[in-house]
Write a new protein. Structure first.
Length: 250
């Protein structure tokens, strides 16, 4: 097992990419902190992992709240007797609005969850590791929306653009503490952000000719948090079926 003895915190782990990542990392030996705002979803995923022979506990956390995040990091360390080794910043929300329609309240909430949340989690996760003089790995789940303009979701696009450079800044600042930081970048994988519905028949345009599924992302995350990627730092791994390699209109 690639992650035997490790403790992993995964946000938004009650469904879609987060859920599949929690299951895969658990199968590789990691003990999983299933973090989700929906208590029922988180409890279901944690229970499934335990039934499969793994070790998992659910945590209901508002990642935009500094006190919630600080409490999570401490609770995980207390639950497993050590600082978490792995952090997967997956949770996000989207506005799906045009700049002429979005309110400041909409904007603030998307930025708080999608950008400030990963900052807070990374800060307190890293502080705990530095205190215990332990190495670690952070993986931020970005989006192709953070690299290109789009017709809607102006706050989400801005937040994910911020996640990209947050990843680079964290990588530089945490490298001296043996904490590697990278990002994985999906495009239309699984259900849309914030939604449970997944339509595997929806048309897609990419170089693989199929819709992306959460397992595609989970495998990428596993690679980024394992020793297989030890020499990769501050990088963006695009898991998009080749969308970003295509010329618009092709």
């Amino acid at each position: 097992m690639k992650l035997e003895g490790k403790v992993a915190i995964i946000t938004g782990a009650g469904r879609n990419i987060g859920e599949e990542t929690a299951r895969l990392l658990a199968a590789e030996g990691a003990r999983i902190a299933v973090v989700d705002m929906d208590a029922g979803r988180g409890a279901r995923v944690a229970a499934d992992i335990r039934k499969a022979g793994g070790d998992a506990a659910e945590f209901v956390v508002d990642i935009a709240s500094e006190s919630d995040v600080r409490g999570l990091i401490d609770a995980v360390a207390e639950r497993w007797g050590q600082a978490a080794d792995i952090l997967v910043n997956n949770a996000a929300i989207s506005d799906n609005k045009h700049v002429l329609d979005i309110t400041k309240e909409d904007w603030d909430r998307v930025i708080a969850v999608t950008l400030t949340g990963p900052f807070l989690l990374s800060r307190y996760f890293a502080k705990k590791l530095v205190e215990q003089q332990r190495p670690g790995a952070i993986v931020n789940v970005g989006s192709t929306s953070g690299f290109y303009g789009r017709k809607r979701a102006v706050a989400y696009a801005a937040a994910k653009g911020g996640v990209a450079n947050l990843t680079r800044a964290l990588a530089v600042q945490l490298a001296p503490h043996d904490i590697r930081v990278n990002a994985v970048i999906p495009n239309k994988i699984g259900s849309p952000v914030g939604k449970d519905e997944f339509d595997p028949t929806r048309p897609v345009v990419n170089l693989r000719g199929r819709v992306g599924v959460p397992l595609d992302m989970a495998r990428a995350v596993l690679f980024m948090v394992s020793e297989d990627s030890d020499f990769i730092v501050g990088d963006m791994l695009f898991v998009d079926g080749g969308v970003t390699s295509m010329m618009a209109g092709e």
